[in-house]
Ligand binder design. Structure first.
Ligand code: 1GP
Length: 240
């Protein structure tokens, strides 16, 4: 099975997948080998690479290094067009549908096309929904958009459904990197109930209990970054 097939199957299936998010801004090249070795022994199924503020060329160098040590699919989770590199397997083509900033709804995507045409990246259209978690997140700051209110669940559900009806293959409920409160299970389950496509959940998940409750509520793929950045011993709880 090649990486692209693995990605496709993970999109279609109801599997409980875990993506480890690596922010190129925070991971040094020297540290990649040791870190990826820990990822390999864990239950992680995907590696996401991306951040809100990353310089030119940094992502590509990091992806090349990651690929040396793992067979897991490496998916770009880009905050900007400059993070596109054909060294990865796929890209989440994120439209920030919780916001009303045309740049992040369609502008960046138009800009990305000429770059994507030069790659073999598997492009995965994804409705990206930012949900308030109590403090301002970097997505909010960089995109100049407001998150959806966490007590207006109907609006969150309708936003996710609108993404599906527009043809998106994935919906990503995002509390924001380092969020104090992850997306609540009640929100996950109500969105999942209405949705016929794969549901990704991330932001602020720091324990195995929170991970499991996200799966139980209906998340198909959970993304964790900060918990690994802050304490690599977290991998010990997530062994295969
Ligand atoms: C951020 O959802 C991801 O975009 C992961 O968030 O860094 O809080 O795990 P954390």
């Amino acid at each position: 099975k090649n990486a692209t097939q693995v990605i496709l199957e993970s999109i279609k299936s109801d599997a409980k997948s875990l993506a480890v998010l690596i922010d190129p801004d925070k991971m040094s090249i020297e540290h990649v080998e040791g870190f990826i070795n820990m990822v390999n022994t864990s239950i992680a199924t995907h590696i996401f690479v991306g951040g809100s503020e990353v310089g030119e060329g940094v992502t590509e160098a990091l992806v090349i290094e990651i690929k040396k040590y793992t067979k897991l699919p490496v998916i770009l989770f880009p905050g900007d067009v400059i993070q596109i590199t054909d060294k990865a397997d796929g890209i989440l083509f994120l439209s920030l549908i919780s916001g009303r900033n045309p740049e992040y709804l369609i502008g960046k995507h138009v800009e990305a096309v000429s770059k994507l045409k030069q790659t073999n990246l598997k492009v995965m259209p994804c409705g990206y929904i930012l949900i308030e978690n109590g403090k301002e997140t970097s997505v909010e700051r960089v995109s100049q958009t407001k998150p959806l209110k966490r007590n207006d669940i109907q609006n969150i559900v309708d936003t996710a459904k609108a993404g599906e009806l527009l043809g998106m293959k994935l919906i990503y409920l995002e509390a924001g990197s380092g969020a104090t409160h992850p997306v609540e299970p009640e929100i996950i389950s109500k969105v999942k109930r209405e949705l016929n496509i794969t549901l990704i959940v991330g932001g602020g998940i720091r324990s195995k209990t929170e991970l499991e409750s996200a799966y139980k509520a209906g998340a198909n793929l959970v993304v964790i970054g900060t918990a690994f950045e802050e304490d690599e011993a977290f991998f010990d709880n997530l062994q295969k």
